[in-house]
Design a protein around this ligand. Sequence first.
Ligand code: RB5
Length: 148
Amino acid sequence: MKIALGSDHGGYSLKQSLIPFLQERDIQVADAGTNSEDSVDYPDFAERVALLVSHNEAEAGILICGTGIGISIAANKVPGIRAALVTDEFMARMAKEHNNANILVLGGRVLDEQKARVLVGAWLDASFEGGRHQGRLDKITEIENKYR
Ligand code: RB5
């Protein structure tokens, strides 16, 4: 499995800490940056990761900014992206089971490394339930198509 990973400066340190965690799970990491604590603009990294996912160059993505808010707003502008900002394990699991989130979003100034690993693990280990939830995702796609 290949995961695209991206952050701004507010998420850089957490992003770096997740790379060995993902590799230990035999996940191939496509690191889309940023590559330092220097101030950058989160929409640039949201777009890079969202495009990798929407073009099927990565099966899923993880995005991190300070709160996770801005980078999730930006990623969700790309058609086909379901980026879910999560702050606890239940949300991380639901993001996959109900929303089939193809990008998990974290706040680098919200979570410590250990908690972030728990959330990423919960999302990776969960499975989309389909059924009535697929119908709801289809409605999201209809909204995308309506305003495209
Ligand atoms: C950057 O200072 C900060 O605004 C950004 O990381 C993020 O929290 C935005 O939502």
